[in-house]
Ligand binder design. Structure first.
Ligand code: 1JT
Length: 256
């Protein structure tokens, strides 16, 4: 008996096997969920399906989240595939230009700023709007954020501002969708060595410093993030909404 037997949902943000969204997806599948993953390209979809043992309840479909038309098309197809009902949605999507994740924040261009906001913050609204009508028996939506959205983390720069907007989106969506029994929460993850994080200058040094300062002496593993995701997506968290839950080895409580 799995915790997610008979539950079905959608996941955005699996880029490769190191993605946080992938760890979450594996856990939900293990627990019996049926999942449609939104991916950026056919190639990624095939790679994803190849990562799975046969018989797992996952399919992949292309969806460019910067296009409202593609979001609508994706949810029409996913809804049909899942028999018209969604129970959960995972949003684990962010992007900013490399040049905007280092150096002088004051020099962030309008373009780079809007790009980070569009993909990292607005897309939560876009997918929530399309998913809500399918969540006829209530639902749970989660997104992934980072402490750089609350406090200054040098070089996180434009992503910090986008995560601040994302966290505000979580609160306003929780208020707006609460009457339909749809919950909206964020997991604020400690640093994880995903491929996009590895591409960031100075990430390894920062990862080491943060791990040393955290009460538990380490950040969170993808599997630990997946456990929290399963909790927030399940009825075990039925009265929690609008929350930003830190899963970071306790790092966020420290003053120095
Ligand atoms: C993106 C990237 C979003 C890296 C991210 C992210 N959220 C957390 N990280 C890791 C990180 C990155 C920086 C950092 C601390 C942690 C890269 C691709 C775009 C989206 O600065 C100290 C820059």
């Amino acid at each position: 008996m799995g915790m997610f037997d008979g539950k079905q949902g959608v996941v955005f943000g699996i880029a490769n096997k190191y993605s946080i969204a992938w760890a979450i997806t594996k856990r939900l599948l293990d627990e019996g969920a049926r999942i449609v993953a939104g991916v950026l390209s056919e190639r990624e979809g095939r790679k994803l399906e190849a990562l799975l043992e046969p018989g797992r309840q996952l399919s992949a479909r292309c969806c460019d989240l910067t296009s409202d038309a593609q979001i609508a098309e994706f949810f029409a197809a996913a809804g049909a595939e899942l028999g018209g009902t969604l129970h959960f949605l995972v949003h684990s999507v962010a992007f900013a230009r490399g040049e905007d994740l280092q150096g002088d924040f004051v020099n962030t261009s309008r373009d780079g700023y809007l790009l980070a906001q569009n993909i990292s913050a607005y897309t939560l609204l876009g997918v929530a709007r399309a998913a809500a009508p399918l969540m006829t028996a209530g639902g749970s939506i989660i997104t992934l954020t980072y402490i750089g959205g609350e406090r200054v983390v040098p070089n996180y720069n434009v992503m910090g501002v986008a995560k601040a907007a994302l966290e505000a989106n979580v609160r306003y969506l929780a208020w707006n969708l609460g009457p339909r029994n749809i919950r909206v929460n964020a997991i604020s993850a400690g640093p994880v060595k995903t491929l996009s994080a590895r591409g960031v200058k100075g990430f390894d040094t920062m990862h080491k410093q943060i791990s040393e300062r955290a009460p538990l002496g380490r950040s969170a593993s993808p599997e630990e993030l997946a456990s929290t995701a399963a909790f927030l997506l399940s009825d075990a968290s039925s009265a929690i909404t609008g929350e930003v839950l830190h899963v970071d080895g306790g790092y966020h409580i420290m003053g120095v």
